[in-house]
Design a protein around this ligand. Structure first.
Ligand SMILES: [Zn+2]
Ligand SMILES: [Zn+2]
Length: 747
């Protein structure tokens, strides 16, 4: 669709409407064949179409779990829905760094966190999850917007209008119309910026009119009759998709309404809403953009026009949100990824498939090396498994029945059907089964950087955040019931240890308990849930509880990290599983000689390496810490005579595992310096004859400015120390006495 001359087609804004990346973490099984998976719910339609309280809560869960530009990971990593309330009981935060209802806590000391509250990015914006009033404002605003659109453009047909992470959207269909006098066919309207202004004005008028919002229960037949009367074909489809009765209708304005421009307007909806339009904070609502979206996300159906809007409780929140969006835009990992030559997505290869360029690969290697070292230190074994397997394996695991929509098509291998893997879990089960296991052998901790492939609609793909092929930092722990708590403690500690290395030391934790539909005995659920709670308490970590929000196969803990500009991202998860051991008939021999089922724990810390890399890029705005920087130091030779000297330094550095690059020196020094700056290289050194003669280097830190001169050996030793300790270089050099060498600052 054309807006302001440019073509914009977005099927679903990834971050706001998509389900969460959760599925990238460890996705396993959906709850049951009959339940709607989170992904299919969100793909199909959100918000206003549902008609049961549970669904409404689930919608809240889904939308609130995706943050714009964020992850949204719903706490279900398995594409299955949460039956529990999203507004779950939250324990009071012990280390809360803010006064809102956020469950964020920091591993920093209280004094440290006290100082960080000064930063504007630390101010918490409420979420749909934490603030029911906000959710009502957003949801009611969506209806008011639809009402305004139909007042201005009577031909517009309404479809769906859910709340999303930072506001809401509504999708409209604009048919072609016919001029009643000339009979001329008028092409369908394309909304533009001016239309958005007009729509907002009409919304404000409806808000000012203080119209009541009235709920009404009707039978399916009555709903159908009314929809047919106003000719809203999409609403009929929505009605057909609603399973439960009665059907609820919400009207804005009632029969007594005479102000506000006339007749009442209604929509099929499950709520919740505010009571009167005047409760909507006009100044905290802003219409943001228009994008194309296919009905039901289906390319073969009508192209709709989606209006995105943001809504908050007051104008200050809106201002803060806008500021944050600007900051986020500057950090967009897709732009930085291109600028810093880190990665690409090649259209020739297909969407959602990531090419790691040398510089991005260097960072990935550093991440993976660190991950491996940490795991080995915690007595994990690191394993590798195949990328494809006989389809029967996926039938045994249940994925073929319950997760097929997320899997790529099968392939034929010598008349057997094979499947490319969407997850690693079944492979680890096979390995467990490969021998007779004794209670003495347990626990097994098997980690794998396992690359998986999952089908995602092309319209939902987004940079590194939502892709079709990605590497999970997966691990499965097989343990005895009595080992569970210690294992969970181990996982949580390891998670903290790994994430804090990347500067993420503020977390939001959610414990999800048994849903109504589940497998496993009461006994095992109780024991496992106790173990999770026990682990959290042992560590003294604050957490929220999502009652009934666990997977059908076991309780779990999800962890979100908070980034430098206050966004939260779902990354880590640890989930107990009583189902796969059953399906694969996993056993160990107990001390009494009986055959028992082990408990299986799925866990991931980054979730997906690709997505974590995206988060990392945005968190540091491309300014990677010294230990991760693809090029740690750049040498800028001022004359050809020092080129070999520079090369020697770089070679020496390489032997120490440091990454030092020599500028080819083809450009003026000022340009070389600028290039190094733009490449976000932490340390640079301008090298002249003086340095060559003295065997020294004068270094300049990108963050701290001039650090003085060092002998080459001293400098490399210090850089190595910083690299190993993951520190920035801060040491001021002492050599030589007469420090007049040409440095970056002298330029
Ligand atoms: Zn509604
Ligand atoms: Zn797993």
């Amino acid at each position: 669709m054309k807006i302001g001359g440019s073509i914009v087609i977005i099927m679903a804004t990834i971050l706001s409407t998509s389900t969460s990346w959760c599925r990238s973490a460890l996705a396993f099984l959906p709850a049951s064949p009959s339940s709607t998976s989170v992904s299919s719910v969100s793909r199909r339609s959100l918000g206003s179409i549902t008609n049961s309280a549970n669904n409404a809560r689930r919608m809240a869960a889904i939308s609130s779990h995706s943050t714009l530009l964020g992850s949204g990971s719903s706490s279900s990593i398995n594409g299955h829905s949460r039956s529990g309330s999203a507004m779950a009981a939250i324990k009071p935060a012990r280390f809360s760094i803010n006064t809102s209802s956020s469950r964020l806590f920091s591993t920093a000391t209280e004094e440290e966190t006290a100082t960080t509250t000064e930063s504007p990015t630390e101010i918490e914006l409420p979420t749909n999850d934490s603030d029911l009033t906000l959710l009502k404002i957003r949801h009611t605003s969506a209806h008011v917007m639809a009402m305004a659109v139909q007042r201005l453009y009577p031909e517009a047909q309404v479809t769906i209008g859910p709340w999303i992470a930072n506001g809401f959207y509504y999708d409209f269909y604009f048919p072609t119309t016919t001029n009643s006098t000339t009979g001329e066919v008028i092409p369908s309207r394309k909304l533009n910026e001016d239309d958005l202004k007009a729509i907002k004005k009409a919304m404000d008028k409806i808000i000012s009119a203080d119209l009541p919002i009235v709920r009404e229960e009707v039978t399916r037949e009555e709903a159908r009759r009314r929809i047919e009367l106003i000719n809203e074909p999409f609403k009929l489809e929505i009605l057909d998709s609603i399973q439960s009765e009665p059907i609820t209708i919400y009207s804005i304005g009632d029969d007594t309404t005479t102000s506000g421009g006339g007749e009442k307007w209604w929509d099929l909806c499950a709520g919740p809403h505010v009571e009167r339009t005047s409760q909507l904070p006009k100044k905290a609502i802003a219409l943001e953009s228009v994008a194309g979206a296919y009905w039901r996300g289906d390319e073969s159906r009508e192209m709709l026009q989606r209006i995105y809007a943001t809504a908050w409780k007051d104008v200050n929140q809106l201002k803060l949100y806008k500021k944050r969006m600007e900051e986020a835009k500057k950090r967009d990992h897709r732009i930085l990824g291109k600028k810093l030559d880190l990665f690409s997505i090649q259209e020739d290869a297909g969407g959602g498939l990531v090419f790691w360029h040398p510089k991005g690969s260097t960072i990935r290697r550093k991440i993976e090396d660190f991950w491996k070292t940490q795991h080995l230190e915690q007595n994990y074994d690191i394993v590798y498994t195949p990328h494809i397997a006989n389809l029967d394996l996926w039938k045994t695991s249940g994925h073929y029945d319950f997760y097929r929509e997320g899997m790529f098509d099968q392939m034929d291998v010598e008349n057997e059907i094979y499947q490319i893997k969407p997850m690693n879990c079944p492979f680890h089960c096979l390995m467990f089964k490969d021998d007779i296991r004794s209670y003495r052998d347990l626990p097994f901790r098997w980690g794998e950087l396992g690359t998986v492939y999952r089908y995602e609609r092309s319209g939902t793909l987004h940079g590194l955040m939502r892709v079709r092929g990605f590497t999970q930092d997966d691990a499965h722990i097989f343990c005895l019931p009595e080992q569970l708590q210690d294992e969970i403690v181990g996982v949580l500690k390891l998670t903290q240890s790994i994430l804090s290395r990347f500067g993420f030391d503020k977390y939001e934790l959610m414990l999800s308990t048994r849903p109504s539909k589940s497998v496993g005995s009461d006994e095992i659920w109780d024991a496992a849930t106790k173990a999770l709670v026990g682990a959290l308490d042992e560590l003294g970590w604050t957490y929220g509880v999502d009652e009934g929000g666990g997977a059908f196969y076991g309780p779990k803990i999800d962890l979100k990290i908070k980034d430098a500009i206050g966004r939260t991202w779902q990354c880590s998860t640890v989930q107990c599983d009583f189902n796969l051991p059953e399906r694969f008939d996993l056993e160990y021999v107990s001390a009494e000689g009986t055959r028992e089922r082990p408990i299986m724990v799925h866990r991931a810390i980054f979730g997906s390496i690709e997505r974590f890399f995206g988060i990392l890029i945005e968190n540091c705005a491309g300014d990677f810490p010294f230990w991760l920087a693809p090029v740690q130091m750049k040498l800028l030779p001022v004359t050809d005579a020092v080129f070999d000297y520079c090369k020697d330094v770089a070679a020496k550095a390489a032997l120490l595992g440091l990454r030092v690059e020599v500028d080819r020196g083809n450009e003026r020094l000022a340009k070389q310096i600028r290039n190094a700056e733009q490449g976000r290289i932490p340390i640079m050194s301008v090298v002249g004859m003086k340095e060559l003669e003295e065997g020294t280097l004068a270094v300049r830190s990108r963050k701290l400015g001039d650090l003085g001169s060092f002998t080459v050996d001293d400098l490399l030793a210090e850089l190595k120390r910083c690299d190993v300790a993951a520190e920035e270089m801060t040491m001021i050099g002492t050599l030589p006495e007469n420090n007049e060498g040409e440095t970056a600052s002298s330029e």
